[in-house]
Design a protein around this ligand. Structure first.
Ligand code: AMP
Length: 270
């Protein structure tokens, strides 16, 4: 495994490399990340994983500072997986180029996380634009855990690059909590409760098929979860998974949630 510390390392390593699979991450690797990496190893002849905690996608400085980091452990994991390259850029490696204009979102995309985390997806799309421009991968592997991110990045990359975005299923813990680096910030008790919330919503989504007045049903579920688990829900919405419009139909739909559990913000979709 070659460790690429800057852009000249990157350019040198990638010259003459084709059929490259790229897995962008912010580190603190868990089994969710590993599933993406394994898919890349299976489908591409070379795999590059980047670890970069991108400051521009954090709308809160404290959140950026507190984001879990575990580089040494991550490198051991990646070495064992036998990936070809790990890219560990600094801020100046990413924000050096002459892409000056930050991407903007369409009005109809300013929903859910885009509405509650102002500037977040603009930062994500910007960094994905810069990384894709430098790396020029054949495939980019991204998780359904961050479904809205996957949808917006795919839409942007498709227009500008040949790279294909490959979506990968959400990996969950035994208690159904979706794996996330942020789970490290949760106390044991809160991890247990977040698992119960996920179990509750998996069951709820299955039951939705039989409901006539879906909006009222979802609204009641929101109140119930807030009382039961002492959480504050930003949104609980059923949307069409292809065009992200609000929907009352279960076919091609996903139920999206964002909530705060003891000041930690969690997102999931079912
Ligand atoms: P992050 O390091 O959180 O920015 O995530 C890097 C990539 O891993 C993104 O494409 C995420 O959607 C994906 N990912 C994170 N958690 C999971 C999970 N539990 N299952 C599948 N993919 C995930």
């Amino acid at each position: 495994m070659k460790i690429l510390l800057n852009n000249s390392d990157l350019n040198e390593a990638l010259s003459g490399i084709s059929n490259l699979g790229f897995v962008p991450t912010m580190g603190s690797l868990h089994k969710g990340h590993l599933s993406l990496i394994k898919k890349s190893l299976k489908n591409c002849s070379n795999t590059l994983v980047s670890i970069f905690v991108n400051p521009t996608q954090f709308n809160n400085k404290k959140d950026y500072i507190n984001y879990p980091r575990s580089l040494k452990k991550d490198l051991l994991i990646l070495k064992k997986l036998k990936i070809n390259f790990v890219y560990l850029p600094n801020k100046k490696d990413i924000y050096d180029s002459n892409i000056k204009k930050k991407p903007t979102l369409n009005k109809k995309d300013k929903i859910m996380c885009a509405k509650y985390r102002k500037g977040h997806f603009e930062g994500v799309i910007d960094v994905m634009d810069r990384l894709t421009k430098k790396i020029r991968p054949k495939m980019i592997f991204m998780g359904e855990k961050d479904y809205q991110q996957l949808y917006l990045v795919k839409k942007f990359i498709k227009k500008k690059y040949k790279s294909q975005i490959i979506s990968c299923k959400t990996i969950r813990d035994k208690n159904k909590l979706a794996l996330s680096s942020r789970n490290l910030l949760l106390k044991k008790k809160d991890q247990f409760n977040a698992g119960r919330i996920a179990q509750n919503l998996i069951f709820f989504k299955k039951k939705l098929t039989k409901q006539k007045n879906i909006n009222i049903f979802i609204d009641n579920k929101k109140k119930e979860l807030e009382e039961l688990f002492d959480i504050s829900i930003e949104y609980l919405e059923l949307r069409n998974s292809l065009n992200f419009k609000n929907t009352k139909k279960i076919k091609n739909s996903r139920l999206f949630i964002s909530y705060y559990l003891n000041k930690i913000r969690l997102i999931d979709n079912f």
